[in-house]
Design a protein around this ligand. Structure first.
Ligand code: SF4
Ligand code: SF4
Length: 185
């Protein structure tokens, strides 16, 4: 999720390769138009994913995190609910030098918070160092059990350029896209 470059050393920023898609409108449109394809791929993965699928997806996630600048996106912070735990809110309030009461009055209480996230300033997370765990792991491609979480993955593909590009490359990398093309012709 989006971060404040003044709070952490800039990272993961390299010139984007021309084939990488970062346009949010195009990603959303492509995902809608290829919804059937994504669900076909999900079914195939459930039966045929290689044993090392988690490692393959983790490597793709790291690749696209290195190529895509979250500070130019922040789409997750602007479009998804975020869950804040009480302990996380305490840490955030402390960092901001606020009492819990003042923080809750100004920003939020624990639980699910609707988008856009109140801690977002433009496209930057103002509490990057203390952002919730769910923000740290989004779009959740580096967690075990990839093939058990594919419904959520397909949802995220439509809003997150990192998830989108990783999922598209996975189709090619596993030979699924070519196999589908051959089956259709
Ligand atoms: S939607 Fe994806 S690419 Fe965009 S800020 Fe969130 S994690 Fe980064
Ligand atoms: S705390 Fe809010 S602004 Fe920060 S990364 Fe999470 S959703 Fe985005």
């Amino acid at each position: 999720m989006a971060y404040d470059p003044e709070m952490i050393q800039p990272k993961r920023k390299q010139p984007a390769a021309s084939e990488i898609e970062t346009d949010l409108s195009r990603i959303q449109r492509f995902s809608q138009e290829h919804d059937d394809e994504n669900w076909e791929f999900r079914s195939w993965l459930k039966q045929n994913a290689p044993d090392n699928i988690d490692g393959i997806v983790e490597a793709l996630s790291q690749k696209y995190f290195s190529l895509i600048d979250c500070t130019q996106c922040a789409n997750c912070c602007r479009s998804l609910q975020t869950e804040f735990k009480k302990s996380e809110l305490h840490a955030i309030a402390k960092t901001l030098g606020q009492s819990m009461e003042a923080f809750e009055k100004q920003f939020m209480s624990e639980g699910m918070v609707n988008p856009p996230c109140p801690m977002l300033d433009g496209k930057l997370c103002t509490i990057y160092e203390n952002r919730p765990e769910v923000c740290r792991s989004f779009p959740h491609l580096e967690q075990p059990g990839f093939t058990t979480r594919l419904i959520g993955v397909i949802d995220n593909v439509a809003i997150c350029p990192i998830a989108f590009n990783a999922f598209e490359e996975l189709k090619t990398k596993l030979g699924w896209l070519q196999g589908r093309h051959n089956r259709q012709h």
